[in-house]
Design a protein around this ligand. Structure first.
Ligand code: PLP
Length: 394
């Protein structure tokens, strides 16, 4: 008998991928320019020129070393560059041995959850959340507990307090958030950390705070601060990815940073090494590890996303839709004009508009519009949005 869980996982696509595949089919039928595909978070801004220059430079180095295995946890130069960069930016005292190089945020999360969790553990997150969290947590033997948020999509700390119990192993946050674009405010993060500290003191059960950060650099407005969790909580682990910040989603590169201020640091880091080993996630792509060592701190031109956010938010508001204005990332979470967001998403297809119902993000009654598409497509899509809005007024 096969592993039924994995067979079933392989048979059912995520709602994002389902719609993305529909979009590909539809584009083949009526022409790509006639489909307004807002389904997936694939950056439309190219990787910055520093990436191309660094890649060219690397291609002139010894090819055997360039393409060879690195240490399981990653190339020392890359890990040292990342820890130095984080120390400068966030006043931490990390070193290369706090960093584990990964194939993007998905691998960072899978490895971290497998390092921390035993069967029966619970991982708390806040809706709306990235749907793959369910899969990652289940694979680590843990149950994902999703707490609903209010209309601002900031974590509800009172609900967190009630949800914590002796099985809670970790709290998983994602800010700037996919799909809401909201940045969790510093005062909320402070409260959240205080609640976790109190829980650990009272019960003796340490709870880890995992921060999933593919969108850390994608913040559009001055004065919006993305709190770096290691500055607030010792038992913290950052799961980073360069997929969005450097527009390199296909290259599969990111890292895990384990806070060396926690007492049991060496065991947690060993757990990360062990989980990486058990899952076969050793030695992330060598060429891109070496690239990261040369471009740490560089970000794609995010001004394009900011303009797209502003254009789309203004137009949608004018047509009568409501959404919380995103602080960052490149998603807009729009309230469905009918209770059933799946029906809304289906109706949108008639106007060749593709966006994902919020149900799989743990938030019914909303759809996610992924606006990391070309500004030209957004402009051409506006009449379709208007027609869709009007169809609800008739
Ligand atoms: N976490 C969040 C919140 C995401 O939005 C994504 C991708 O869209 C991932 C993790 C996975 O990122 P990666 O492509 O780096 O594996």
């Amino acid at each position: 008998m096969l592993n039924e869980t994995n067979v079933n996982l392989g048979k059912v696509r995520s709602s994002i991928r389902e719609l993305f595949e529909y979009g590909k089919k539809r584009k083949a039928e009526i022409g790509a320019e006639n489909v307004f595909d807002f389904s997936i978070g694939n950056p439309s801004v190219p990787a910055p020129k520093e990436v191309e220059e660094a890649l060219r430079g690397l291609l002139n180095t010894d090819p055997v070393a360039l393409h060879g295995y690195t240490s399981a946890q990653g190339d020392l130069e890359a890990r040292a560059a990342i820890s130095d960069y984080l120390n400068k930016r966030f006043s931490t005292s990390l070193n290369a041995d706090c960093i584990y190089m990964t194939c993007g945020a998905s691998a960072s999360l899978t490895v971290t959850l497998n390092a921390l969790c035993n069967g029966g553990d619970e991982v708390i997150t806040f809706a709306p959340f990235f749907p793959e969290y369910r899969v990652f947590a289940a694979h680590a033997g843990a149950k994902l507990v999703a707490l609903e948020s209010g209309e601002t999509f900031q974590p509800d700390i009172k609900k967190l307090e009630r949800a914590l119990n002796e099985n809670t192993k970790a709290v998983l946050i994602n800010s700037p958030n996919n799909p809401s674009g909201v940045v969790y405010r510093e005062e909320v993060i402070k409260e959240l950390c205080a609640v976790l500290e109190r829980h650990t003191l009272k019960t003796g059960n340490p709870v880890y705070l995992i921060s999933d950060e593919p969108y850390r650099e994608l913040v559009f407005d001055d004065g919006i601060k993305v709190p770096f969790i290691m500055n607030y909580y010792k038992r913290s682990i950052v799961c980073y990815s360069y997929s969005k910040s450097l527009s390199l989603p296909g290259e599969r590169i990111g890292y895990i940073a384990v806070n060396n201020e926690m007492e049991e640091f060496s065991d947690v880091y060993a757990g990360v090494l062990g989980a990486g080993r058990a899952l076969g996630f050793v030695c992330a792509p060598a060429l891109f590890q070496k690239l990261i060592a040369r471009v740490c701190g560089v970000t794609s031109d995010i001004s394009v996303y900011k303009k797209s956010r502003d254009v789309l938010c203004a137009a949608l508001e004018e047509y009568g839709f409501t959404a919380v204005k995103p602080d960052g990332a490149f998603y807009l979470f729009v309230k469905s004009p009918e209770a059933d967001a799946k029906a809304f998403s289906e109706r949108a297809k008639k106007y060749e508009l593709l966006f994902v119902p919020g149900d799989d993000f743990g938030c019914k009654g909303y759809v996610r519009i992924s606006y990391c598409v070309s500004p030209d497509m957004i402009k051409r899509a506006l009449p379709a949005f208007k027609a869709l809005a009007d169809s609800y007024k008739k």
